[in-house]
Write a protein that binds this ligand. Structure first.
Ligand SMILES: Cc1ncc(COP(=O)(O)O)c(C=O)c1O
Length: 339
């Protein structure tokens, strides 16, 4: 974590609590901060498994903060206030706000002003801020990653309200090892988290192996640099060839995926039409992309495309299939609309 934010932040090892991946870490922090029936604000579109991780065993609800293309899916103060007020009017007790920075599924990182406005918001409401920074080292082009750890150094805020979730699943490509952490600035949360961590410990053998790998500064530096070089190359190959067939994407700078705009291929601007298009893409085009509705996106027609975990040959096949499909789909849509 320190290496990704080098020269800007240092972390205190005493504030780290281990967990079974970010999955375990997210559940652990919710157990520490909220009671059954409480709720967390989560900007949508969001990682679908948050419904499971934040809510299934804790009994905590997710209240989505709707973001859409009119603001390039940025989290605005107005959207936060609206979600917060609506929840309060329904007697829902909001305990905190959970953000993912960089975002899954959007593939973008949050800028400093947005982060500051989020910290101001949670401070004013006296609620917690949990930042899932699992994609911190996947930044492949500017603007650079800004951690909440940096932002709170530059402003007055109650640090007891700030918590970071991290894991090695994405940045180091090690999801199978189940290594996650909660980093909390709140002593009571660290203490409670330590007691809870017995239910999802990382084995000593795994920790031993990782300690030796992560102590090799040269390897980690080379690994992260190479990953970001490969990600930027892939991102450009995908987005350029999509552009050539008239598909645009939200401009991304991080993550292992991008957010693709297929609104113009929908027969109607509805979620039924989105699912219909998704079924065609899966069954006929034979590509596995994820529909926006599965991320609780409020606007039909957006899809997440994972571009990182396939070899160059497969990329070429996938892109050729898209290139063949889009013109056919446009013709079919025009004919349907005329009828
Ligand atoms: C935003 C986010 N948080 C948490 C997770 C879960 O990660 P882990 O494998 O470390 O449990 C994922 C995995 O896709 C994710 O995208």
């Amino acid at each position: 974590m320190g290496r990704v934010r080098v020269g800007r932040v240092t972390f205190d090892p005493e504030r780290i609590v281990m967990a079974g991946g970010a999955t375990g870490a997210n559940e652990q922090i919710i157990f520490c901060l909220a009671d059954h029936g409480d709720a967390f604000l989560v900007p949508s579109p969001y990682y679908p498994a948050f419904d499971r991780d934040l809510g299934w065993r804790t009994g905590v609800e997710i209240v989505p903060v709707h973001c859409d293309s009119s603001t390039k899916f940025r989290i605005t103060r107005a959207a936060l206030e609206e979600a917060y007020e609506k929840a309060r009017q329904s007697n829902i007790n909001i305990k905190g706000l959970l953000i993912t920075n960089p975002s899954n599924p959007l593939g973008i990182s949050l800028d400093r002003d947005t982060l500051k406005s989020l910290v101001n918001f949670i401070n004013e409401k006296n609620i917690h801020l949990v930042c899932d920074e699992i994609y911190a080292a996947t930044l492949f082009c500017s603007p650079k990653f800004i951690s909440i750890a940096e932002v709170i150094q530059e402003m007055d805020c109650d640090r007891d309200l700030i918590h970071i979730v991290y894991s090695l699943s994405k940045d180091m490509g090690l999801p199978g090892l189940r290594v996650g952490i909660v980093y909390s600035y709140n002593d009571a949360v660290v203490s409670c988290g330590r007691k809870m961590s017995s239910f999802g410990l990382v084995s000593s053998q795994t920790q031993f192996l990782l300690a030796s790998m992560l102590s090799d500064d040269e390897f980690v530096e080379k690994f992260l640099a190479e990953c970001s070089k490969r990600l930027v190359k892939r991102y450009h190959v995908f987005t350029k060839r999509h552009e050539q067939v008239g598909i645009s994407c939200l401009k991304g700078n991080a993550g292992l995926f991008f957010w693709m705009d297929l609104r113009h291929l929908l027969q109607q601007q509805t979620f039924e039409a989105e699912m219909k298009l998704w079924r065609t893409i899966v069954n006929d085009v034979k590509l596995n992309v994820s529909p926006g509705s599965s991320f609780h996106c409020q606007e039909p027609g957006w899809f997440r495309v994972c571009f990182a975990n396939i070899d160059d040959g497969t990329v070429d096949i996938a892109l050729k299939r898209i290139e063949a499909f889009v013109p056919q789909s446009k013709v079919a849509n025009t004919a349907t609309k005329k009828n």
